[in-house]
Design a protein around this ligand. Structure first.
Ligand code: ADP
Ligand code: ZN
Length: 682
């Protein structure tokens, strides 16, 4: 790196990358590698692993060779680096002859900082000897290093060959990086990549900006649509198990006006590549995908990951949800968990051709995931404990912690439910058990003579929906489980006994009778991304970014992250110096885009002072209908918007009335029981 007088890591961090300070152990690891040491870097997705080899590569003489398994990922990283003025290139099957010539020349002239290459290519003897061995080497970085471990969840045999690097280039430091590695996988990486004398750097795996929310499955469609309302205008991933589901849900979302597409391994390579590009380059885009949509994704502004089906183990869950919020902004991981799903997963394991030992591992891993889903324990704590990490900073960002205040004693209803499962012979699903509790007379009840069981009709104090919640909770906490025969009947577990005997209390959230009103009020996003209101300046900056991205044929975030735009919008810098302190603005970006950005800010400032504020307009409109009688049409709008989740304040503005008038009308139309409830939705 000859463009800086002193290639000091801290200087590179601010001047090239535009960041103020190192995170976690970054600096220590970087200095260790610059000094020639080997290292294993463990950091959650989005933690900032890349800098741990990128900066050493810039500070050491020669080129840093980065082994990466996926071409799409390589290309994006190279693009982002070039935007910062780093001399980076990728050599892969998609490279043209000219590109390859240029790389070879650059290597000979020591004019390349980073070279990305797939493991199988790197280890081809011809490539290794004619290209790599002739270049001056700064380091080897081995990304997704868990792929070398057979115990890990993504073993790739071609990674095993990387072991030879140690012998062939003993003087070149090697840095292995991964976001998932339990203790056993870590040991395998150290051993198989011969990171002798290397240091292990382990960051906290906590992702504080992700809200974890796990809900019993009631209906995928309604739950998904309700969830998405909290993330209007955001990009995200919706994971489904079946290919067909991805297509169905993508269609549903498109029909609802979302920018969504399906993605699964059954699609041809071209459509898959197009879909990936679309995801990387568009704003407010939703991928409805099987888990085939995965490792190549490096979009920093993914605001949510929703699982409509259960993942198969904790590693998979954490890795999939980890794709949300790489930029550190508030994001949400949402999972629907239903009894049928568990049955399916078990059947998959039993019916697979895998050797018994592998099945045993998978069974054990599934159990560990189920324990986390069922427990009424902080999700973050449970997940981190799984990865061997003690309790992190207090969590206020998972469904359990957020809803803690709303728990009530549900011991009696739970005893009734369990008892009814038992009395009806432990062979029926929740729907039938609930019919018995409610004293309904269905065909099935008559057929099985269940009017005569002692629990018939003893549960009329709760509604069907409320019983549903009790049943879900029983299942989620492992008091009942589906019968092994796979027909969906429920049986009691050992854990049910103390509850039935009245020795153990059950705390849970029972939805209110008028469930819709209450539940909506409770799901106002705690950091849901729709809460990130962006003003007109942000939008103008975003439009500018999109123009630049289109012109350069790159993904918008390689030019500026959302966070950078947000900071600019908030700071409204007037000078290049002020702008240089914004997150992600290094020397090159300042030079390239600085003047245009300042111009946009200035124009915006002028325009804002010239016209009355948008708020003032709204206030003017809001008086329009004050005191006038309600028309049928207004009632209709009110109903619809309330159903859509609009709050009292928004409705007041939209309908030109005061909040009091809106509250009164909501009560009048029977949409809420009283004005108090209406006010709960601000
Ligand atoms: P991963 O660990 O998933 O490879 P990345 O290296 O892609 O994560 O980093 C995630 C994001 O955090 C990137 O946008 C990166 O530029 C940013 N980042 C990394 N280190 C820092 C830092 N010290 N300060 C600010 N942002 C950083
Ligand atoms: Zn929590």
């Amino acid at each position: 790196m000859n463009r800086l007088e002193t290639p000091d890591p801290a200087t590179v961090l601010t001047r090239i990358f535009g960041y103020e300070s190192f995170r976690s152990f970054q600096e220590e690891a970087i200095r260790h590698v610059i000094a020639g040491g080997n290292a294993l870097i463990l950091m959650p997705t989005g933690g900032g692993k890349s800098l741990c080899y990128q900066i050493p590569a810039l500070c050491r003489p020669g080129v840093g060779v980065v082994v990466s398994p996926l071409i799409a990922l390589m290309q994006d990283q190279v693009e982002a680096l070039r935007q910062r003025g780093v001399r980076a290139a990728a050599w892969n099957s998609a490279s043209s002859d000219e590109e390859i010539d240029r790389i070879v020349e650059a290597l000979a002239a020591e004019a390349l900082d980073l070279l990305y290459v797939a493991p199988e290519r790197l280890m081809m003897p011809a490539f290794l000897e004619r290209v790599i061995a002739r270049a001056k080497l700064a380091l080897f970085a081995i990304d997704e290093a868990h792929c070398v471990s057979e115990w890990g969840h993504d073993f790739r045999p071609e990674y095993l060959q990387l072991a030879a690097l140690a012998e062939r280039f003993p003087a070149v430091p090697r840095v292995a990086l991964t976001a998932t590695a339990d203790l056993r996988t870590r040991a395998e990486i150290m051993e198989r990549l011969h990171l002798d004398g290397g240091r292990m750097f382990v960051a906290s795996f906590d992702r504080p900006n992700i809200v974890y929310r796990i809900e019993p499955l009631r209906g995928r469609e309604t739950q998904l649509l309700e969830f998405l309302k909290r993330h209007a205008g955001a990009s995200g991933i919706v994971y489904c198990r079946a290919r067909k589901s991805t297509e169905e849900f993508a269609e549903l979302l498109e029909a609802e006006g979302y920018n969504a597409f399906a993605y699964h391994a059954g699609m041809d390579a071209r459509s898959r590549r197009k879909a990936l590009e679309r995801f990387q380059s568009e704003d407010a885009v939703i991928a409805v995908a099987t888990i085939a949509f995965g490792m190549g994704i490096d979009k920093p502004d993914v605001r949510f990951v929703a699982h409509l089906d259960m993942p198969k183990n904790v590693e998979a869950y954490y890795q999939e949800t980890g794709r949300a919020g790489r930029d550190g902004q508030p994001s949400e991981a949402y999972l629907l968990y239903g009894a049928g799903d568990e049955v399916t997963l078990r059947r998959f394991i039993e019916q697979s051709e895998a050797p018994e030992a592998r099945k045993a591992i998978e069974r054990a891993k599934l159990e560990q995931l189920l324990r986390i889903l069922r427990a009424s324990r902080c999700r973050r704590e449970a997940l981190l404990a799984y990865f061997g990490e003690a309790k992190p900073a207090p969590c206020a960002a998972c469904d359990i912690c957020l809803d803690r205040g709303a728990m009530e004693d549900a011991t009696e209803p739970m005893r009734k439910f369990l008892s009814c499962v038992f009395r009806t012979g432990e062979r029926f699903g929740a729907a039938h058990v609930i019919d018995v509790l409610l004293g309904n007379t269905t065909e099935k009840i008559i057929q099985f003579g269940h009017v005569t069981v002692s629990t018939y009709g003893i549960g009329q104090e709760l509604s069907k929906k409320q019983w549903r919640a009790v049943a879900d909770h029983a299942h989620a906490t492992g008091l009942v489980r589906p019968h092994d025969n796979g027909f969906g009947g429920l049986v009691l577990t050992d854990a049910a006994r103390p509850v039935l005997r009245g020795e153990q209390r059950v705390m849970m959230k029972i939805p209110a009778q008028r469930e819709r009103v209450k539940r909506r009020a409770a799901t106002v996003p705690p950091g849901g991304s729709a809460a990130l209101a962006h003003g007109p300046l942000f939008d103008a900056l975003r439009a500018y970014r999109l123009d630049l991205a289109r012109a350069a044929g790159v993904a918008p975030y390689t030019i500026f992250h959302d966070r950078t735009l947000e900071e600019i919008a908030a700071l409204k810098p007037a000078t290049l110096d002020m702008l240089s302190h914004v997150y992600g603005i290094g020397v090159l970006k300042l030079e390239k885009y600085g003047p245009a950005v300042l111009e946009i800010v200035k124009r915006h400032r002028d325009a804002a002072s010239a016209r009355p504020s948008a708020d003032a307009n709204l206030a003017g409109a809001s008086a329009a209908n004050l005191g006038k009688p309600w028309t049928a049409q207004q009632d209709q709008v009110l109903r619809r918007r309330w159903d859509e989740g609009a709050g009292v304040a928004a409705l007041a503005a939209e309908l030109g009335r005061g909040s009091g008038g809106i509250e009164a009308r909501l009560v009048r139309l029977g949409l809420v029981p009283d004005r108090e409830t209406a006010r709960m939705r601000p």
